[in-house]
Write a new protein. Sequence first.
Length: 303
Amino acid sequence: MDIIGELYDQKMAKELVGEMEKLGFSVQMQEFENDSGRIIQLQSLSNDTTGQAREYFRVRMGLPGAPVEIDPAWLEIKAKPFGVVTKALILISVCLYLVSFNDEYFSMARELLSINSSYSQGFESIRNFELWRLVTPIFLHFGWMHILFNCMWIKDLGSYWESEVGLKGYTFFVFALGITSNIAQYIASGPNFGGLSGVVYGLFGLSWGRTLLGDKEALQLPKRDIYLMVGWYFLCLSGAIGNIANVAHGVGLGVGLLLCLLVPKFKESGPQVGDLKVLKIISLATFFCLSSFAIEFLKKSYF
């Protein structure tokens, strides 16, 4: 028999036992004497319902609930070492965010790092071989929540993928995701954007893609986190959150889904071209890339 809880009030104990029996829990009362007086112990007669009975007792007595069990997928992610490239991404972003408290210095930083901030013609800075601008907007953040959530996600997903594919493979992913999402956002809205969100959504796409492919050896993201990320994407796209780099989110996610098909570690055992799962990945990637552009175009045209 397992202990559910202990009380000093016999009347309350009897009420609780009655309530729990009506709910289908099998419980009993046992009375004991200790230094503080008579104590009533509630005991579970069924191991299968002990956990639920304890939770009911906690809630009924106004006590804190049991700690939320961490999903095994996140235990796997947390076990990965904090990657070198991931540390660098966060460090540079944080340093530039601190610079943002000085308007003059931050203006200089944006002038140096944005794709086309000081030129009148599209992509003129890139045509002048200032190629770093294709990547560096990922380091610009415009609020503490913006940088906090990006850094939290990049720390976990970034460290996981850096550990999985190595420093070179992960660096390639960061550049591929950063460049494609930055170019797409620039085409959609011009140079006034920034943040690691495109890379974060790309790494999420990599992870989600492996889950959709059913690869047992790959990270299986919890459904609630998939719903959270996809739901946040659509919420931002709706305009309810404010001025967000939605195209960077959508294109980053789409490119990440496509890149998951190229991960060398899983390529041999994974589904082949023509497989329905692969077609699903390609369809989802196309949807997220095009939908973000389409919604932004409609907003500009009609709102």
